[in-house]
Design a protein around this ligand. Structure first.
Ligand code: TXA
Ligand code: MG
Length: 329
């Protein structure tokens, strides 16, 4: 979908005036502000309910603008930018003087990416500067992949919602720490580890949180209202039916390998067999099960290769302990 030119101009005007614009990207919708306006940036944190120490991503219109925003760029970072931008890859690099500390949570590094969405690129071009934007959801909850998700969750707190249709990728960008000569993955996402390794010609490390098997070791994020329980694929049906018998309103993510299995539950989502379709649908499925009144979601992890790595990371974090369970005092 392409937004009307008048909408793009209006959105650019809102950014210039210090307002907040929800904008589509290929991954998820972002809650954008002028990256160089500390007051506007501070409003993002307020609206999201996000701690000010959590840094944001600066969205720029083209790889050629990278040096306007960062400094000390290693050759490997340039190689990655050349290959994957525009696209779902975020590079963490040295903070340039144009980026206020408000946007980086006080860090001397900054996360930057060029989104691969015609509406986002049109907005960045009309605006002319950088747009700092986290996902356009309340802190800790599920990221929005349609303009309706944004309106439902943030409503009037956003000055303008730019509708660019449903997001193609569906999970957030891959974040790579590119400050050193050997990059590392901070968050798996839309660009796969395999694609990055093919370009770099070396293996990349992935954060241990995405490998932890036991749910409950990391605080929840990307979480629906319903509790999420992860089990082996062959145990999904039995686990769901047991919980349903115990009085839960159970939503099931039925793995593609057992797509035809009958299951007695409150709501069933058939997980797409293709990882790209699963990633695209993931957050919508979680929202749908919330909307249908489920209090428990039973799911299993996909194979952790390709986009499956990002999907598994989000499911683990959705299944992690909620803030009320992790705080001791
Ligand atoms: O696909 C995406 O990345 C979406 C769209 C809107 O671009 N944005 C997104 O933003 O997911 P957010 O704020 O929800 O997640 C940004 C992540 C945070 O986990 C933050 O910790 C990390 O980026 N980050 C930002 N700056 C960083 C820095 N200087 N060092 C390390 N991590 C950083
Ligand atoms: Mg987010």
């Amino acid at each position: 979908m392409t937004a009307r030119t008048s909408d793009i101009e209006k959105a650019a005007g809102v950014l210039h005036a210090g307002g907040l614009v929800a904008l589509p990207t290929e991954t998820v919708y972002g809650l954008g502000a002028n990256a160089e306006d500390p007051t506007a940036v501070a409003r993002i944190f307020q609206v999201k309910g996000r701690p000010p120490s959590h840094p944001l991503i600066v969205h720029i219109g083209a790889a050629e603008h990278l040096d306007d925003w960062v400094q000390d760029v290693p050759a490997t970072a340039r190689l990655l930018a050349e290959h994957f931008w525009p696209g779902p890859l975020t590079l963490v690099l040295g903070r340039g003087p144009r980026v206020p500390l408000e946007a980086t949570g006080g860090l001397e590094t900054v996360a930057v990416r060029v989104p691969d969405h015609p509406v986002a690129l049109a907005l960045l071009s009309a605006f002319g500067g950088g747009v700092t934007a986290p996902s356009a959801n309340r802190f800790g909850s599920v990221s929005p992949t349609t303009a309706d998700h944004v309106r439902a969750e943030l409503g009037d707190a956003v000055d303008f919602v730019l509708d660019g249709g449903p997001c193609e990728v569906g999970v957030e960008s891959t974040i790579v720490d590119a400050t050193g000569e050997i990059p590392s993955i901070l968050r798996p996402g839309g660009v796969t580890r395999e694609d990055l390794e093919a370009v770099l010609g070396c293996p990349l490390s992935v954060p241990s949180t995405s490998r932890v098997r036991v749910p409950g070791q990391h605080p929840s994020h990307y979480a629906p209202r319903a509790r999420v329980v992860l089990v082996e694929p062959e145990k999904v049906v039995a686990e769901a039916e047991l919980a349903q018998e115990l009085g839960h309103r159970v939503g099931v993510f039925l793995p593609a390998s057992i797509a035809d299995a009958p299951v007695k539950a409150h709501a069933v989502v058939a997980v797409p067999g293709s990882p790209a379709a699963y990633a695209r649908g993931l957050y919508g499925f979680l929202r749908e099960l919330d909307q249908r009144g489920c209090d428990l979601i039973v799911a299993s992890l996909p194979v952790e290769e390709g986009l499956g790595l990002a999907i598994a990371n989000r499911l683990r974090r959705a299944a992690g302990p909620r803030p009320s369970e992790t705080r001791s005092g």
